[in-house]
Design a protein around this ligand. Structure first.
Ligand SMILES: [Zn+2]
Length: 276
């Protein structure tokens, strides 16, 4: 049966649980999991240097943009309690999404800095989400250096990223599109080369591409940024994008057609294919 993994990036101090609930409430009501890439300590002055004018990261609400301090996710108790309950119920996989999420944070080759950020990030997530088992790393801006990949492999992480990072990392399977491949025993690489739903795309086009991905792939990783549905940080989701997303869920949540799983559950199944 074709498999779907829901991945959403940029949960942080700035995330109100209601925003996640608006996008993923139907998935959770169906008893199915969502993998959330959580930023341990979002830096308020993070700018996007590949966009004209170097705007602030759209995952930061306007009133906090430009503040030169880190915002620990632990300071958002409502969110931490909400997600820890979801993790305890098997409805959320908490994934590590960098440390401060500064632009291209993990393209560095400074191994000591990479280790320091991984240690601090894991310590934060394990402290605030005691019910979660954090096993998966998702790089900020989906860019990561071969040194950082080496470090993740050595530490036993599952990794979800895009294929353009893989050429200089011969220890990883050369996969592309929407796919998973083994790294070594118990460790899996998940490649996702397109964010299907984006405010930069017409909602009808997002829906067409997402449906096509489901029809074509054994594994579809549906990578979102929850904030894209609210862009530019409106109180309610933008109606056309939200309508397209719900039309996609109408298809994706058909239990007789698709299996919805998490990165860690997929990796466990792959490690022991004859037991379930
Ligand atoms: Zn991100």
């Amino acid at each position: 049966m074709p498999t779907i993994i829901f991945r959403d990036d940029d949960t942080s101090f700035f995330t109100a649980p209601g925003r996640l609930e608006a996008i993923y409430g139907r998935v959770w009501e169906a008893g199915l999991p969502v993998c959330l890439a959580v930023i341990p300590a979002f830096h308020g002055d993070t700018r996007v240097y590949w966009t004209d004018g170097n705007p602030h990261d759209p995952g930061i609400p306007p009133e906090h943009r430009g503040k030169t301090e880190n915002f620990p996710v632990s300071d958002n108790r409502d969110l931490c309690d909400f997600l820890d309950d979801k993790a305890a119920a098997g409805l959320v996989e908490i994934c590590l999404h960098g440390y401060t999420h500064t632009f291209h944070e993990f393209i560095t080759h400074d191994r000591a800095l990479i280790r320091q950020k991984l240690d601090a990030g894991m310590a934060m997530l394990e402290r605030v989400f005691p019910a979660a088992s954090v096993r998966t790393f998702i790089p900020p801006y989906d860019r990561i250096s071969p040194v950082a990949l080496e470090e993740l492999v050595a530490r036993g992480f599952l990794i979800s990223t895009q294929s353009l990072n893989l050429a200089p990392a011969p220890q990883l399977p050369p996969i592309a599109g929407f796919a998973a491949g083994p790294i070594r025993a118990g460790q899996t690489l998940f490649v996702c080369d397109d964010y299907l739903f984006s405010h930069k795309r017409a909602p009808t086009e997002s829906l067409r591409l997402a449906r096509r991905a489901l029809a074509r792939n054994d594994l579809t990783i549906v990578s979102n940024h929850y904030w894209t549905f609210f862009h530019p940080w409106r109180a309610q989701p933008n109606r056309p994008d939200y309508t397209a997303w719900n039309a996609f869920l109408d298809e994706a949540l058909k239990r007789d057609k698709y299996e919805v799983t998490s990165f860690s559950a997929y990796a466990v199944r792959r490690a022991a294919p004859n037991t379930c």
